[in-house]
Design a binder for this molecule. Structure first.
Ligand SMILES: [Zn+2]
Length: 257
């Protein structure tokens, strides 16, 4: 299994850095988790965007899905067509949300053109998904809209956890137990004044604690603001997690051996 980070920015893109997007490859399976602003051009640097096995979205915040609109347009008009629609898996109620977002553009061209580019589905978090060589299970997060963390495992037993966006009280350590790589959102350096029970984002230290409690081998910090200082994120996580820490950046690739 191999992870390639496509973007690591928080709610808005940092300089030269897309928002959330992660390419997971295992055998011939190519899965992308989240598809925020700037993900498509970065994805094109690493693989053929027409040949993805699937895209799975953690939650319907703009910074996790906006480039789905760009992808739809790219698939509809690129001179080299995709052999088949790309399966897109949204959280429950995500299809109506996406349809509202794309409605103004649906009249741009011949009816049905965009529907042939992407096959829109909703996953059932209780059941999970099988995508080629990968099995995805879900756990609800604590965020400002419904969202889901994901655990992705391949047939060789290698695994990757992704928090999506979540507050610290989501209790995800058991869900992520023993993952090789944990991609954890760490939007904050300081938890701020919101009561921890309702806070919908992690500090870097809380991301580190989660990785330590889960027994992850590698922690990838993501969903960061450059204004808060990348070195501060690393220091915050390192105070809680003794293992290898990486900061998400476009093109960062980590192989699970
Ligand atoms: Zn969010």
């Amino acid at each position: 299994m191999r992870l390639t980070v496509l973007g690591g920015s928080a709610a808005g893109p940092n300089a030269g850095m897309a928002c959330s997007g992660y390419l997971i490859e295992s055998g011939t399976t190519r899965l992308v988790l989240d598809f925020g602003p700037g993900v498509l051009p970065e994805l094109r640097r690493h693989t053929d965007f027409r040949l993805l096995s699937a895209i799975v979205i953690s939650h319907m915040h703009l910074d996790h899905m906006l480039d789905l609109l760009a992808l739809r347009h790219a698939l509809a008009y690129n001179p080299r067509p995709a052999p088949a629609p790309i399966p897109l898996w949204l959280p429950p109620a995500g299809a109506a949300h996406l349809a509202q977002a794309t409605a103004p553009f649906d009249t741009c061209d011949e009816p049905g053109r965009f529907g042939r580019a992407i096959e829109v589905n909703e996953y059932d978090p209780e059941i999970g998904l099988g995508i080629g060589d990968l099995r995805i299970t879900f756990a609800p997060t604590i965020h400002y809209v419904p969202g889901y963390a994901m655990r992705i495992a391949n047939s060789s037993g290698q695994s990757l956890g992704y928090t999506g966006d979540t507050g610290p009280t989501a209790d995800l350590a058991d869900f992520f137990t023993g993952v090789n790589i944990l991609v954890a959102e760490s939007t904050l350096i300081d938890g701020g004044s919101l009561p921890v029970q309702v806070r919908g984002s992690l500090t870097a230290a809380e991301a580190g604690e989660l990785a330590r409690n889960a027994g992850a081998s590698v922690l990838v910090l993501t969903h960061m603001w450059e204004e808060l200082g990348f070195a501060n994120y690393r220091a915050g996580a390192a105070a809680a997690f003794p293992g290898r820490i990486e900061l998400a950046r476009p093109g960062l690739t980590i192989a699970v051996e």
